[in-house]
Design a protein around this ligand. Structure first.
Ligand code: AMP
Length: 249
């Protein structure tokens, strides 16, 4: 069974994000970029399925600028067998990515497609769900356990107040939640091996997909700065302030 995993290049989760001075978006100039953390979990899961003998080939896909190649090399260092970059300088929104992935599903015919549950830059949590709808495939979002046997995947998903376990026929789309696994560290020998693995580059036009944005960002603002706190001399003053100033009691 082929497993296709979508990996996005995003601002590293350790970076303190800054808004551009003209409020048109987030400043990404000279900022460290990495693989979206949920996508690392998605790749790790695919590699574990291969180690169990369930998956035969893992294909990592990234859509975006040329530098997404670095993200794909990381995916191959974790254990993906080959990679596809759908290269474009256009700002990609979830619907465009879902359409690109759908076109790749038609070409590659994977048995399982794993995405991250959300990208930490846009926080959309849409691409997996849109892909499942476009490809008319069963979907399980927020997976915390995946078992594959007899043409079916049994997937536990995190829901409010507990876990839900679903059985879906394959092919299916699954999105990875935080507790699905803990991704392995990438070792130097595997980074070296990944350099020799195949990485194909396509353009959205090659897949017949129009990726032009459907949503326009009007303005991006920093959250309001928290104002400094004050020290009160005693409990009586605190209670008085809560009553008269904060009006919460
Ligand atoms: P989102 O819907 O933007 O929160 O993204 C959810 C998931 O879709 C991510 O965790 C990735 O697995 C996948 N994805 C989104 N954008 C891209 C992209 N440009 N390239 C590859 N995968 C993507």
């Amino acid at each position: 069974m082929k497993v296709l995993v979508a990996v996005k290049r995003v601002v590293d989760y350790n970076v303190k994000v800054r808004v551009k001075t003209d409020n048109t978006g987030v400043d990404t100039a000279n900022v460290k970029m990495s693989m979206n953390p949920f996508d690392e979990i998605a790749i790790e899961e695919a590699v574990r399925l291969k180690e169990k003998g369930v998956a035969t080939e893992i294909i990592a896909v990234s859509c975006g600028v040329t530098q997404c190649q670095e993200t794909l090399r990381t995916a191959m260092a974790i254990g993906a067998d080959r990679a596809i970059l759908v290269e474009t300088a256009e700002e990609l929104q979830p619907l465009a990515v879902a359409k690109l992935l759908k076109a790749l599903l038609d070409k590659e015919q994977p048995g399982l497609i794993i995405l991250g549950k959300q990208a930490i830059d846009d926080d959309c949590n849409q691409t997996g769900q849109m892909l499942a709808a476009l490809a008319d495939l069963p979907q399980v979002a927020f997976a915390s356990k995946i078992d594959v046997a007899d043409g079916k995947a049994t997937v536990s998903r995190e829901i409010d107040g507990g876990l839900e376990t679903l059985s879906v026929s394959l092919p299916a789309v699954v999105t990875a939640d935080l507790r699905l696994n803990e991704p392995r560290y990438v070792t130097l020998p595997n980074i070296m091996k990944a350099k020799k693995k195949p990485l194909d580059t396509l353009k959205p036009e090659d897949l017949g997909v129009d990726v032009s944005p459907r949503i326009k960002t009007l303005k991006v603002n920093e959250p309001p700065k928290r104002s400094a706190g004050i020290k009160v001399p005693d409990v009586a003053t605190l209670v008085a302030k809560l009553k008269t100033e904060a009006k919460v009691i």
